[in-house]
Design a protein around this ligand. Structure first.
Ligand code: NAD
Length: 475
């Protein structure tokens, strides 16, 4: 079995009071690694290391160019170690290896390069004032950043937080999810190799409540908390952060609407809609898990969509031919499978799909559900889509907005005016028209309503990870 420690002050270490937990491969359902199990004391140790690296270390005092060179070196190392990193995420949470190796690891490297370049190249504002003064903005690093990550894109989500925090001169304590700890330790090992000064990026493993996660959110030595995870956890973290008035960025759950109008290019709509809800076994915050189809094309769309769902290749996520792996854990499998019973008990029907052997749920299409049913309203976070017909544009917008979440939505139409009109009417953080998951890292990313607080990406990340200071001078 492999073994993964915390990384604190530039050293890979065990817990202060030695304890470990096992990471279970959800395909074999056997442990594949042992991981240091941190306590509140280990979180404190990591925060102190980050604090002294910030207060006394070289990182916040380096030029953008120096930091950029190190972060680019780290990106190169991530690419060089793509085999090890993708195998770790796949063993931890069951995502097909083609996705971890072909998408997640390259995107993590891209995050480091993008935010390093962005920090160096982005100008700050000056404000010429007519009466003998001028003002400008200085973006000082905020300090110690606690980054708490989920398990569904382990390395990629961690890098989405760590890269901008480091690029803007902060020091970081990263707590990966307990279901997917391995790639965070590998990232921190590679950061040392890339030349990051000790204490600049620390990793501490453990659980959330009454453990490492909670301790990080309650620490008065932490200056920013960036969290991605469930909306219920986001509420707890907000509450903990309020005690110290620590700013928080929350990227939370979703229940994405995917609207297919009768004038859509159906080949395009079917292809993207399949990806939107079944990639990563639907364990995606942005999943298009509510599919609204205009009545005139409902039957044809449903037939083509179902055929494409049935054609997805299920199996061992380590096999490059596999498109759908298991769910990430026994607990999560039980939750997702439970929603199939909730759907049918409320009168809906499984048009295709259902549970399989192990912790596998086949791509599942639910029809006949009501708009207010739990299966339509709650985040299932599995390969389960609810398909509902609609009559006109107003119906589609009303149904899409009728959820506590507001992370994202997709729409498919050939009518350009309608695409803009509907995009404007949707209460979400991101709208994809005639596509899905395409990102420009300069664009704002985050959610409305229960899907989050704040935005990250480009200058939005700068806003959060710095303390913007106005300097006004008499001239
Ligand atoms: P989770 O909320 O259970 O856990 C996320 C992280 O928070 C883990 O590291 C966990 O240990 C930690 N944690 C749990 N309780 C805590 C507490 N009280 N204090 C501090 N830390 C605590 O979420 P998850 O199951 O790992 O991830 C799935 C969720 O994440 C889904 O709801 C999904 O939609 C959401 N998500 C959102 C985005 C986005 O960008 N909006 C992206 C990916 C995932």
């Amino acid at each position: 079995m492999e073994s993964f420690g915390h990384v604190i002050a530039g050293e890979e270490v065990v817990s202060a009071e030695p304890a470990e937990f096992e990471s279970v491969d959800p395909w074999t359902r056997e442990p594949w690694a042992t991981v240091a199990l941190g306590s509140a004391g280990d979180a404190e140790r990591a925060v102190r290391a980050a604090r002294s690296a910030f207060d006394e270390g070289p990182w916040p005092r380096m030029s953008f160019a120096e930091r950029r060179a190190i972060l680019h070196r780290l990106a190169d190392l991530l690419e060089k170690h793509v085999g090890e990193l993708s195998a770790a995420d796949t063993a931890d949470m069951g995502k097909p290896i083609t996705q971890t190796a072909g998408h997640d690891v390259p995107r993590a490297a891209q995050n480091f390069r993008f935010f390093a370049d962005h920090a160096q190249l982005t100008p700050a504002e000056t404000f010429p004032m007519p009466a003998g003064h001028h003002a400008y903005t200085q973006y000082d690093p905020a300090g110690v950043v606690a980054a708490i990550a989920p398990w569904n894109f382990p390395l990629m989500m961690a890098s989405w937080k760590v890269a901008p925090a480091l690029a803007w001169g902060n020091t970081v304590v990263l707590k990966p999810a307990e279901q997917s700890p391995a790639s965070a330790t590998i990232l921190a090992r590679l950061a040392i190799e890339a030349g990051l000064p000790p204490g600049t990026l620390n990793v501490v493993h453990g659980f959330g409540p009454d453990s490492v996660g909670q301790a990080l959110t309650e620490s008065p030595l932490v200056d920013r908390i960036t969290f991605t995870g469930e909306s219920t956890t986001g509420r707890l973290i907000s509450r903990a952060a309020a005690a110290n008035l620590t700013p928080v960025s929350l990227e939370l759950g979703g229940k994405g609407a995917n609207i297919v109008f009768a004038d859509a290019d159906l080949d395009q709509a079917v292809g993207w809609s399949i990806q939107a809800v079944f990639s990563n076994s639907g364990q995606v915050c942005l999943a298009g898990s509510r599919l609204y189809v205009q009545r005139a094309v409902y039957d044809e769309f449903l037939a083509r969509f179902t055929a494409a769902a049935d054609a997805l290749v299920l199996g061992d996520p380590k096999d490059p031919a596999t498109q759908i792996g298991p769910l990430s854990s026994r607990e999560h499998f039980t939750k997702v499978a439970g929603y199939l019973d909730i759907a049918t008990a409320a009168g809906a029907r499984l048009h295709t799909g259902g549970v399989d052997e192990g912790w596998v749920v086949r791509p599942t299409v639910v029809v006949g559900a009501g708009q207010r049913d739990r299966v339509t309203q709650e985040e299932i976070f599995g390969p389960v889509v609810v398909v509902l017909p609609f009559d006109d544009e107003a119906d589609a917008v009303a149904a899409a907005n009728d959820t506590p979440y507001g992370l994202n939505a997709m729409l498919f139409t050939q009518d350009l005016s309608r695409a803009h009109r509907v995009a404007r009417a949707l209460r979400v953080g991101t709208v994809w028209a005639n596509c899905f998951f395409i990102r420009d890292l300069r664009a704002p990313f985050g959610g409305a309503k229960n899907s989050g607080v704040g935005r990250e990406g480009g200058t939005y990340s700068r806003e959060f990870f710095t303390e913007p200071k106005a300097v006004i001078m008499e001239i």
